[in-house]
Design a protein around this ligand. Structure first.
Ligand code: UDX
Ligand code: UDX
Length: 476
């Protein structure tokens, strides 16, 4: 069987870029990305590519090459399901907020809703592919729904196979990760379905990089990959705290351990803590699964990774307050970066959220800058609207406010009369700041807190500013 027409349900950070690359590399396949969110689909169809709903380097070029040729974005879910011979499910699976497994298990209601729609409207033989990261054994749920819904289906002869094909792309480098993946993982039972999907990827991925497993290994491998990556970050951040206490330097420790081939040098950058939509959610899934299967010690082990991350984020805000003489009330703090990492406009689980909330709680006046995140998103994340009055204020004496924030459109404005600058996202433009110039407008004794290690300490010293950097015991 040959896949000629793909439908992807969910036009988000995963569905959008993944389908764009498939369309780009497989001109013979029609790729239809559908989403129930009309506003999002309109943005995917916007003529001005700057308005695409997600920012990802290189994505706009692919969209301009393929959109309207073999790549389409639409809200017509039913029509596209009925015409597809392969359907990717790429909807979000947030952590459950209430009920059984609240705070840990993934909420599968949207995956279930998709499976029901597929069961109802698919025609003939269809391969259903899980792209969303899901708890182990979700494929079984999808299969059960597909089989049980036969009586409601429009085509009583429709048949299905379910595959797991988890996505390993990282935001900010999604296009490169998709074009040159370390591996493509396909889990399933039916060999023909597996080969049909393999043939799609083979158009650009070397065959030896396409791994076939059973369906549960594939689902578990995705959770495990994210858990291992997140674990490295909590590990290095925990060591960073020891470095600060002892006079060691976490960058030197990371270089020394990373030279060991068995450890490797990647994913050892100490920062403000991991964010993003996946790490925390996937680990909590693993914790839930472990406890469900009576493996409490395993669950506790992985939960420690998330606990350390939460502690680490609050450690940074506490430390800022401590350095600013124990109070930030009414003090101006310029926050550089709100996205959970550079080169994305995504703020889900960004460490900046917790750190800024802590500082606002303590009465700080925050000027928040980010090249790609907008003020509305920051308002939603902080649960607090910006105070536009702050835009016209520069003199410290004017700040009759406490615990307020404003979006800083212009990077340089935020420095005027600031007591501190805090770097939370590693955007390239923050590495090129002229500190001697900026320091002139700050209120002494001003501080620079670099939670991403992107600023040259010498430049800060030359500018006569106080400096703290993550995991740097010598700079304490
Ligand atoms: C990711 C991954 O796909 C998933 O593996 C992970 O578990 C959660 O996050 P992402 O693409 O980043 O998903 O999520 P998001 O940007 O929220 O996109 C999901 C899209 O699905 C949204 O646009 C939403 O409107 C759409 N959706 C959701 C539907 O079209 N139908 C639904 O029933 C539910
Ligand atoms: C992650 C996985 O990398 C990807 O394979 C999976 O498909 C989805 O989840 P993503 O969350 O997009 O991708 O970004 P990633 O680059 O993994 O970064 C996650 C968080 O860890 C970010 O907040 C980042 O700043 C932080 N990080 C990463 C560090 O603090 N130090 C590092 O060395 C690497």
């Amino acid at each position: 069987m040959e896949i000629k027409n793909i439908c992807c349900i969910g036009a988000g950070y995963v569905g959008g870029p993944t389908m764009s690359v498939i369309a780009d590399r497989c001109p013979d396949i029609y790729v239809n990305v559908v989403d129930k969110n009309e506003e999002r689909i309109n943005l995917w169809n916007d003529k001005n590519l700057e308005n695409l709903p997600i920012y990802e380097p290189g994505l706009d070029k692919i969209i301009s090459r393929c959109r309207g040729k073999n790549l389409f974005f639409s809200t017509d879910i039913i029509k596209n399901i009925s015409e597809a011979d392969a359907i990717f499910i790429s909807v979000n699976t947030p952590t459950k907020k209430r009920g059984l497994g609240a705070g840990q298990a993934s909420d599968l209601k949207w995956v279930e809703a998709c499976a029901r729609e597929v069961a109802k409207y698919a025609k003939g033989y269809t391969i259903v592919i899980e792209k969303s990261t899901l708890p182990v054994k979700t494929a079984e749920v999808i299969k059960t729904i597909l089989e049980a819904s036969k009586s409601e289906t429009e085509d009583t002869k429709s048949t299905f196979d379910v595959l797991s094909n988890p996505e390993f792309l990282a935001e900010g480098s999604a296009i490169k990760d998709l074009e040159e993946p370390d591996r493509v993982l396909i889990g399933g039972e039916n060999k023909n379905a597996i080969y049909a999907l393999t043939n799609v990827y083979k158009k650009w991925v070397p065959e030896e990089k396409i791994l076939h497993t059973n369906i549960w290994s594939s689902e578990l491998a995705k959770l495990t990959a994210n858990a291992f990556l997140a674990q490295r970050i909590s590990s290095i951040n925990s060591i960073g705290a020891i470095c600060e206490a002892t006079g060691a330097d976490v960058r030197e420790v990371a270089r020394a351990i990373g030279s060991d081939n068995r450890i490797g040098s990647k994913f050892l950058d100490s920062g403000p803590g991991f964010g993003g939509s996946c790490f925390k959610k996937d680990i909590l899934n693993l914790v839930y699964l472990s406890n469900y299967f009576g493996l409490k010690e395993v669950g506790d082990f992985w939960e420690g990774v998330v606990k350390l991350n939460n502690w680490h984020q609050h450690r940074i805000s506490k430390l800022i307050i401590k350095k600013l003489f124990g109070t930030v009330s009414g003090k101006k703090i310029h926050i550089l970066g709100f996205a959970f990492k550079a080169n994305t406009n995504d703020t889900r689980e960004s460490s900046a959220i917790n750190i800024c909330k802590d500082l606002l709680e303590e009465g700080a006046i925050l000027y928040i800058h980010d090249p790609k995140v907008n003020s509305l998103q920051i308002s939603n994340d902080l649960g607090k609207s910006e105070n536009l009055q702050l835009k016209s204020l520069t003199l410290h004496d004017d700040f009759n406010f406490e615990g307020e924030w404003v979006f800083s459109e212009n990077l340089n404005d935020g420095f005027i009369n600031a007591d501190a600058v805090v770097v939370l996202t590693e955007w390239a433009e923050y590495s090129n700041i002229n500190w001697i110039e900026r320091a002139k407008s700050m209120r002494p004794p001003a501080w620079v807190f670099d939670a991403r290690s992107i600023i040259n300490p010498k430049e800060i010293k030359n500018a006569n500013l106080n400096f703290w950097r993550i995991g740097d015991g010598a700079a304490m």
